[in-house]
Ligand binder design. Structure first.
Ligand code: GLA
Length: 715
């Protein structure tokens, strides 16, 4: 019997499907690159003797596993038509290559349940990233009610060992959660209506022996800013299936005859280079998707954000004075945060009334924008378009625009409600107000916030159905409309810090506010988790004040700066009141960021943890790396062990130089001659030695950072 196989190759990975006639294609392989002409050789069923107490037709994992074929695992579709057609089965498969060898669309029909699936799989040759997406069309003449439609189903090998996902909360995003895989289903769901702080839509699966730098690992992320669900389930052939998709509220997946449901994309990848190999693939994939003004990323300008300096107590004279002080220390973009619009004196009023408060800004924002521009800085503005306070003109005029369930109380959070922006009038209103601000002033940046979870979110205007999904599509549409009208404006995705960080919103935005927590110690961990999926140039990271407003902990300016400068740097403190030496130290750190930002924001990032309380990351490429070693805990070793740098070229010699004095209070405890040389021109060291034996580290106090540059010596 001839069996048809579909093979997709990228540089380092391969995907193989088997296409039996009149069925959904069977998963044969997703893993490290196979040679070009390598095939399974024979059909899968032919290799699997049937165990006892089994159906007579063996049913392996397919790209769309469904109940109707005798599949006992989780189905990729849960749907029915008034109780009928609940068990679906593909009866026909047509294969359409959109890019031969790397992108294919599978047109799968269920002639009995009257459904069509279009499953798109594209394996990017350069990044090894597989983009997977499903579209379901109701071909029947009655409504189909979809409860679950997987955006995709991926196979994982039977020796998959752990799943690393990210939990968290406001002020503590990207909290690593490691679970052991076994026969119980692993499942995470988010029903908060935005990406959420506490359930990142993605995970990493490890295999035994994999590390940060080596071994086989798999990763997947749902490019979606709303509710989501993912499961990893053990299968009877010893492998796992991984499904990911939108979590649909009851009624959200109702499909009228002829209508289609499009899932978000899954961005998935595997690597034999451990967690850092995976991170490199995700970073490259995101970079390829970003839509920068002008088509290309400009060097990321240093921000000053006014929030922690003033909160909502904005007095134009003070704001201008802050701008003066900001310009002096080297800030390049000044962002006016919350508190500028009508009646916004506290968080109980104003959201929705997007024009300058006449008491605070009697002449509007013009004089301030002009002042900021005259200082050589760009101007940015905070908005929270999807929200409305009951105490606002907007709500008084249009109480029906808020998401709500008729007859039930309005549930506020931070005293605010959510607007149903899928209503064209509401979206037009917001577009009109923001467009007017952008047209009136040279505003080059919007910090777009979203400060609550969604609940009782029913479509406004008496429609009554769940609005979560419509809301996400509507915010994407509003962002796209504003971007089209003002292509020069960059947008930051903020949601009480990091509540809306995903590849979906990043199609329209250029930076994320990673967390409202700017405590540098917390940030080391938050940014470490973030870096698994996202590249550093979009990571909003600010130098805050001490003690940190959210934790009460204090760290030295040098440590705060050394942590913040590995992302898109900003300042979030009242620089007007810094003493001479602090202000000069801040300017020096900002200058240091400017000097190295190209290297920090391009190339790869290697991240690692070492014994004895060390977290490190290196930016650049194996030829030229900037290495940050954070000592988070006091050492418990008499002698600090060297740090192995496995990414270095083992056939090269490196010039290793300490580019900044060790950053932090107390700093080096007992200097040794090697470190003096390191600071004065540097030392030539062997790449293989550094990779295997390691770089000597200074004996330093906790909450310090050791920053060195390693450059290949060309002879
Ligand atoms: C959110 C953001 C903060 C700030 C406030 C303003 O919490 O994350 O950075 O903008 O809103 O209300």
């Amino acid at each position: 019997m001839t069996v048809e196989f579909l093979t997709l190759h990228s540089r380092h990975s391969t995907l193989v499907l088997e296409c039996p006639a009149q069925e959904a294609p069977l998963w044969r392989y997703w893993g490290p690159r196979l040679p070009n002409h390598s095939t399974p050789g024979t059909d899968l069923r032919g290799t699997r003797p049937l165990p006892s107490f089994m159906l007579d037709l063996d049913q392996p994992l397919t790209v769309v596993p469904t109940f109707g074929v005798g599949w006992f695992g989780q189905s990729a579709l849960l749907a029915h038509r008034a109780g009928l057609d609940f068990a679906q089965a593909i009866t026909q498969c047509e294969v359409e290559w959109t890019t031969p060898g790397s992108a294919v669309v599978l047109h799968l029909t269920d002639a009995i349940a009257q459904l069509r699936f279009e499953v798109s799989l594209a394996l990017d040759v350069d990044t090894d990233v597989l983009t997977l997406q499903t579209c379901l069309t109701n071909l029947g003449d009655k409504e189909l009610d979809v409860q679950w439609l997987a955006a995709g189903t991926l196979p994982l090998p039977g020796d998959a060992a752990t799943v690393r996902s990210y939990a968290g909360q406001h002020n503590h995003e990207f909290l690593l959660q490691t679970d052991t895989l076994g026969r119980s289903q692993w499942r995470r769901e988010n029903r908060r209506g935005h990406t959420s702080h506490d359930c990142f839509p993605g995970a990493v699966v490890t295999t035994p022996g994999s590390t940060e730098h080596s071994g086989l690992v798999f990763g997947a992320h749902l490019a979606w800013s709303g509710n989501h669900q993912q499961t990893i389930e053990w299968l009877h052939d010893g492998q796992y299936q991984w499904q990911m998709g939108e979590w649909l509220a009851p009624g959200e997946g109702r499909l009228a005859p002829g209508n289609s449901l499009h899932t978000p994309e899954i961005i998935a990848t595997c690597s034999t280079q451990g967690l850092n190999g995976l991170a490199a693939n995700f970073h490259a994939a995101l970079r390829a998707r970003m839509a920068w003004p002008g088509g290309q990323m400009r060097p990321r300008p240093v921000h000053l954000n006014t929030w922690e300096a003033f909160y909502m107590d904005l007095v134009p004279g003070d704001v201008m004075a802050l701008a003066d002080a900001a310009a002096k220390v080297g800030v390049e973009r000044f962002v006016l945060d919350d508190g500028w619009f009508k009646n916004r004196h506290h968080d109980r009023a104003g959201l929705g009334d997007w024009w300058p408060d006449a008491v605070k800004f009697p002449q509007g924002l013009g004089p301030l924008v002009h002042h900021v521009n005259a200082l050589g800085m760009e101007f940015g503005l905070w908005v929270e378009p999807e929200m409305v306070n009951p105490d606002s003109d907007l709500f008084r005029n249009h109480p029906g625009w808020a998401l709500q369930i008729a007859g039930r109380p309005l549930i506020t959070a931070r005293n605010q409600l959510v607007l149903d922006i899928s209503r064209p009038e509401a979206a037009d209103y917001l577009f009109g107000k923001i467009d007017a601000l952008l047209a009136a002033h040279p505003i080059r940046y919007l910090k777009w916030d979203h400060n609550r979870d969604l609940t009782t979110a029913a479509l406004a205007g008496g429609l009554g159905g769940a609005a979560y999904r419509a809301q996400v599509h509507a915010v994407y549409a509003l962002l796209a409309r504003l971007r089209a009208a003002h292509p020069e404006v960059e947008i930051e995705s903020c949601s009480g810090g990091g509540g809306r960080i995903d590849f979906g919103v990043l199609r329209y935005t250029h930076r994320v506010w990673t967390s409202d927590c700017i405590d540098a110690m917390s940030r080391v961990q938050i940014q470490h988790g973030f870096g698994q999926f996202f590249p550093p140039e979009i990571l909003g990271s600010h130098i805050g004040t001490a003690p940190a407003h959210t934790t009460g902990r204090s760290q030295s300016l040098a440590f705060r700066a050394a942590v913040a400068m590995t992302g898109h740097l900003g300042v979030e403190l009242d620089v007007r009141h810094l003493d001479e030496s602090t202000s000069s130290a801040l300017s020096t750190w900002i200058a240091c960021y400017k000097k190295y930002r190209d290297q920090i924001h391009h190339g790869r990032v290697w991240r690692g943890e070492a014994a004895d309380g060390l977290v490190w990351q290196a930016h650049g490429d194996a030829d030229d790396l900037l290495l940050f070693v954070y000592r988070c805990q006091p050492t418990n070793h008499r002698y600090t062990p060297p740090l192995r740098l496995p990414m270095l070229d083992t056939s090269a010699r490196y010039q290793v130089e300490q580019v900044v004095a060790i950053a932090g209070e107390g700093a080096v405890q007992s200097p040794a001659p090697f470190f003096t040389t390191l600071q004065n021109g540097g030392v030539a060291l062997d790449g293989a030695w550094l990779a295997q034996a390691g770089l000597p580290l200074p004996r330093a106090t906790a909450e310090t950072c050791f920053i060195v540059r390693l450059q290949i010596i060309r002879t």
